[in-house]
Design a protein around this ligand. Structure first.
Ligand SMILES: *Cc1c(COP(=O)(O)O)cnc(C)c1O
Length: 506
């Protein structure tokens, strides 16, 4: 593997700095172990590795080989053998296609990058199938004796994908909180039927933002941390706040570009746009990092559902979370506080922890902040729009009728936003569109959109979807109706910390 060198040719280790404290700097493996910085910030690269993206070579490379390049560059305090082990353990036959992330042509300008071929049929598998291996490897490297407690708030997909990755992994315990009324039936059953001695699933009566806020508060509570330490326990995160989730997401954008070159859909060096259905801003941030290390990207198109706080942010420069929270048919994007946006802000204000703290303090205090004096070139990389529920449903139908392809509601949000983008600009660049879930995960919405019928149950809709799509039902949903429900706990949001303390015997 190529050693990363500084401008004088000396090998160097990449620094991950907290977005809220310039003195809090760690290496990649330390950042992965900690998950979140204890000052409340997010570990973020302050410079980018120099990576030789030779696409003549990359277009012949397997997913695993591309992963090795990218992870080797960003996670540079792992050895080659360690990364090989992690990559081989993650991207194996848990995925139902050798391509791991196939790229499908939808129209002359739109290529859907299917990120849902893993164990839980949503894009979270792309990173969560490798994160446990990275974390355990990092723990060994640092001689850590503590048990790692993964504390996770989920808007529906992270929870299941994290448990699938961490179930029965020695030295780990995983606790997942999800909004009781904020996930699809299939998503809920996927979680509540999870096996594994070390898995805990808890429904709360609040929404995702409530869950995420309390999880962050537990991470930042020194008293709770010391109670954990007394029991040889330590928290880490499986959310995209963990750099160990973000970096593996860079891989597939590079891979997709290489595949499109191979399929002769792109010319060498041709600029593309990337459209991403966005919630916590992790997936699109990974695309941003792909651009920073040399992927020829024009615009990053940020697509939101009716919780369009990011659309307003990019269009006006003001982030205002004070607005009604809407439950939509794309629940994994029902988010008003996008955690990873903090990383982009940090870059926009010149990697200044001080300025980032000011903005985040305003957000906490007043629920709103306004960008001033930012790197205008960086900001101009982004375009943003949103799709209403009606537009999303119409897009599912349009794509089905025009391309014979079935998009899940999250992908359809992105697809609808890309249509609007095309109509409102004369940008003729092609787009890679992140397809974040299988339609089988949201069968009711998809079947209603395509057939204009209403009232089918989830399992009726699954059967109907199989009939319409002619695609085999994925393992992830096939046995769900009969699987025993193993987790029944429903609590008030206020009780989250008590639940954690009970599970851990604190
Ligand atoms: C998590 C998720 C998203 C949003 O991704 P972020 O990285 O949080 O922006 C979109 N679609 C699906 C299906 C998801 O599971």
């Amino acid at each position: 593997m190529r050693k990363i060198t500084d401008e004088w040719g000396k090998p160097m280790t990449l620094v991950y700095q907290s977005t809220r404290d310039a003195n809090n700097k760690v290496t990649a493996s330390q950042a992965i172990l900690q998950g979140l910085a204890t000052d409340g910030g997010l570990f973020t690269p302050t410079s980018y590795p120099k990576l030789d993206l030779d696409f003549e070579e990359l277009k012949e490379a397997s997913y695993q080989e591309v992963a090795k390049r990218v992870l080797g560059a960003f996670l540079d305090d792992f050895t080659e053998a360690e990364l090989d082990y992690c990559i081989q353990s993650a991207y194996d036959d848990k995925f139902d296609t050798k391509a791991i992330a196939p790229v499908i042509k939808i129209s002359d300008q739109q290529y859907n990058l299917e990120l849902f071929h893993g164990a839980t049929i949503a894009f979270k598998d792309m990173a969560l199938s490798i994160l446990p291996h990275l974390m355990i490897t990092a723990a060994k490297k640092h001689g850590l004796k503590d048990k790692i407690v993964i504390l996770t708030a989920t808007s529906g997909d992270t929870g299941k994908a994290a448990m699938a990755g961490f179930a029965d992994v020695p030295g780990t315990e995983i606790i997942v909180f999800y909004p009781k009324d904020g996930v699809s039936k299939v998503q809920e059953l996927q979680m509540t039927t999870q096996t594994g001695e070390n898995t805990h699933v808890v429904a709360i009566d609040g929404n995702f933002d409530d869950a995420q806020t309390r999880v962050k508060a537990m991470f930042n509570d020194p008293e709770l941390r010391s109670k954990l330490a007394d029991q040889q326990l330590q928290f880490s995160s499986a959310n995209s706040m963990n750099i160990g989730r973000l970096v593996p997401q860079i891989v597939y954008y590079i891979y997709a570009y290489a595949q499109l070159l191979k399929q002769e859909e792109l010319e060498m060096g041709e600029e593309i746009n990337i459209t991403v259905p966005t919630g916590n801003f992790g997936n699109i941030l990974a695309a941003f990092y792909a651009k920073q290390i040399g992927l020829p990207v024009g615009k990053l198109i940020c697509a939101s559902n009716e919780n369009n706080v990011l659309t307003d942010f990019f269009q006006t420069g003001t982030y205002n979370k004070q607005r009604p929270f809407k439950v939509t048919s794309s629940p994994s994007m029902d988010i008003l506080v996008s955690s990873n946006l903090e990383r982009l802000l940090f870059h926009l204000v010149g990697n200044s922890a001080e300025k980032t703290v000011d903005l985040m303090t305003a957000l906490n205090k007043d629920g709103v902040y306004r960008l001033e004096d930012v790197d205008a070139d960086l900001l101009a990389l982004f375009a943003a729009d949103f799709a209403t529920e009606e537009e999303t449903s119409a897009e599912i139908k349009r794509v089905y009728e025009s391309a014979g392809y079935i998009e899940d509601p999250h992908t359809a949000v992105a697809s609808a936003v890309f249509q609007k983008y095309k109509a409102s600009t004369n940008d003729s660049r092609k787009t890679i569109l992140a397809s974040t879930a299988s339609p089988y995960k949201f069968p009711v919405v998809v079947v209603e959109a395509i057939t204009d019928t209403k009232g089918a149950s989830d399992f009726e809709a699954l059967a109907k979807l199989q009939e319409i799509s002619n695609l085999p039902m994925p393992k992830a949903v096939a046995g769900l109706e009969e699987a025993p429900v193993l987790h029944h706990t429903v609590i008030e949001t206020e009780g989250m910390q008590v639940a954690v303390e009970n599970y851990l015997g604190l």
